[in-house]
Design a protein around this ligand. Sequence first.
Ligand SMILES: [Zn+2]
Length: 65
Amino acid sequence: MPESHHDQSVCAGCGGVFTCGMAAGLARCWCEDAPPLKAPPHENQSCYCPECLKKLLAEERLTSG
Ligand SMILES: [Zn+2]
């Protein structure tokens, strides 16, 4: 089992490693700048990386009109 760093999160979408400001203990996170997803990841999963979040938001915008 690889050593996990508390300041890094694994994307629920692509499995890529990224840094979440919240998990890293920062006062702010980039995800606060993005609108909330209508379909957030499963409760037990971490959030999405910036790339996947961007993609998902674009898809939601397309499907919701
Ligand atoms: Zn991702």
